[in-house]
Design a binder for this molecule. Sequence first.
Ligand SMILES: C[S@@+](CC[C@H](N)C(=O)[O-])C[C@H]1O[C@@H](n2cnc3c(N)ncnc32)[C@H](O)[C@@H]1O
Length: 280
Amino acid sequence: MTQSVQAVLKQASQILVSSGVAGAQRDAKLLMAFVLGFEPHQVALHRDAMLDVDQELAFMATIKQRASRVPISHILGYRDFFENRFILTPDVLDPRPETEQLVSHALCEDFEAVLDLGTGSGCILLSLLAKRPLAQGIGVDQSAKAIAVAKLNAQKLHLSARVQLMVSNWFSEVPTTTFDLIVSNPPYIHPDAMAALSAEVLHEPEMALTDHNDGLSHYLNIAKQAHDFLTPNGRLIFEIGFDQGAAVSEILSQQKFYDIIILEDLNNHPRVVACRASDL
Ligand SMILES: C[S@@+](CC[C@H](N)C(=O)[O-])C[C@H]1O[C@@H](n2cnc3c(N)ncnc32)[C@H](O)[C@@H]1O
């Protein structure tokens, strides 16, 4: 027997609630829109429509995945980030809304050449290049699978001509040139904090999450080498964990960066640290 969109949505929301999914109704609606090929806001307009058997089966298959805590972006295959839609796979970090703050801050000034260390899906680098039609960029990641996803996104956003994407251990394969902007959202979760992460986060690549050290080791590693790749006065901008503002600022100060500022997110947590190389 076929059921209405509304009736199936109700059942699905109950399944998600009982599986501990936060935002169960929202996710059920997003998945219904995905299966029916609508925009999410159109679902309400079709709530009395009857689903055919194939539609109901397809929808319930996505609900089963979500109930087993697969992130919604992995089921949809995309995430909207800043001003664009990015292709996502389980090989890359699901871009977080907090990271948009790094992009906004980087865009406060002009730049011609940008380097993104740990580019993942390419969300930071490609968002920046999309807003600066004359800029060029390099994005690196230690994961070849992540670089493949970033390349798909560069093609999708028609940015391939202005971007180089390569496998590299931070700066190891970066050509000897200088950038007026270096951005990075490195893995910064302390290994002791991994166990407390949500079930969804554990579906993401571990190498995108933690440094298996003290959560700070990548900041130090990058800061030590960044001077060689920055133009005089060039900017280095990091995303940081909510409790890492003081520690990352200290690392940058010890590595002779100046104009160090910490930006807070909407919850008043430190989220971005920006600084400059010397002007000599
Ligand atoms: C927190 S994710 C950030 C991904 C993306 N930039 C974003 O903001 O959504 C960190 C990224 O750094 C990459 N990574 C980890 N260690 C690396 C290393 N030694 N060299 C280059 N990339 C690395 C991971 O594969 C992952 O894609």
